[in-house]
Design a protein around this ligand. Structure first.
Ligand SMILES: [Zn+2]
Length: 244
């Protein structure tokens, strides 16, 4: 008698456990960006397709991206989702992964870096945003540290003022935006600004450098930063993927 009575209770408890575990798992499965990259989450996966980068030359138009156009004081208040964005000439650069072409649309900057590396933030991070014909997004994230002058200094030589005219940047070689190590860490994440859409394919490179003066100029425009805080990994891993 005792067993018969206990069994349904036990089954109910187990089922309740599965249900609650299921609910728990569901609430934890968001795949948002940015994230903190830890060595323990890096996996070797030779089956990952390589990142085939075909970049050429382009002129740029550096624009201030406003997120507070409805506000009367919007021209002076810094929204943390605002940035300086360089628009490229269409067709000037693209990447191919597993036969799918993603065209470079624009690149922009965050201070400090949005991605962390073993908890470490870089002073700046560049996001090269690519889009496929069917609307899929692929972003190459490049951390930037203080050091010798680079193409980043050329791009950010004159910042576009909020509520002002865009800045024309003369011809640059897009290949110089990619660190020569040609090594990336790939993971699946999201946009780091609203609407935080998931399904974004991320490739994080080794750092580029920019001068302290350029880093300070950008930081002065966004004194409180324009980076989203790191999001839970939720079991995601990183794969080493070479650039070819
Ligand atoms: Zn970004």
């Amino acid at each position: 008698m005792r067993l018969k009575k206990t069994l349904p209770v036990l089954v109910t408890l187990v089922l309740a456990g599965i249900v609650s575990t299921g609910t728990f798992a569901q609430s934890q499965t968001s795949t948002q960006s940015p994230v903190n990259v830890t060595s323990g989450a890096i996996r070797s996966d030779p089956s990952q397709p390589k990142l085939d980068v075909t970049y050429g030359h382009t002129e740029l138009e550096l624009k201030y991206i406003r997120k507070d156009t409805a506000s009367a004081s919007g021209c002076t208040v810094r929204n943390h989702e605002e940035t300086e964005e360089a628009e490229v000439v269409p067709g000037s650069g693209y990447v191919t992964v597993a036969g799918v072409r993603y065209d470079l649309v624009q690149f922009h900057f965050h201070t400090p870096s949005e991605h962390r590396f073993s908890g470490h933030a870089f002073p700046l991070e560049m996001h090269l945003v690519h889009r496929s014909a069917d609307g899929k997004l692929l972003v190459i994230g490049v951390p930037i540290e203080a050091g010798p002058k680079s193409v980043v200094d050329e791009v950010l030589a004159t910042l576009s003022p909020e509520c002002g005219e865009p800045v024309e940047v003369p011809d640059i070689d897009l290949n110089r935006l990619v660190p020569s190590t040609h090594y990336t860490l790939h993971y699946n994440g999201s946009l780091t600004t609203a609407p935080f859409t998931e399904g974004v394919s991320w490739y994080l490179t080794t750092p580029l450098t920019a001068t302290s003066a350029t880093l300070a100029r950008f930081k002065a425009e966004f004194p409180e930063g324009n980076a989203r805080q790191v999001q839970p990994l939720n079991g995601r891993t990183f794969s080493g993927v070479p650039i070819i």
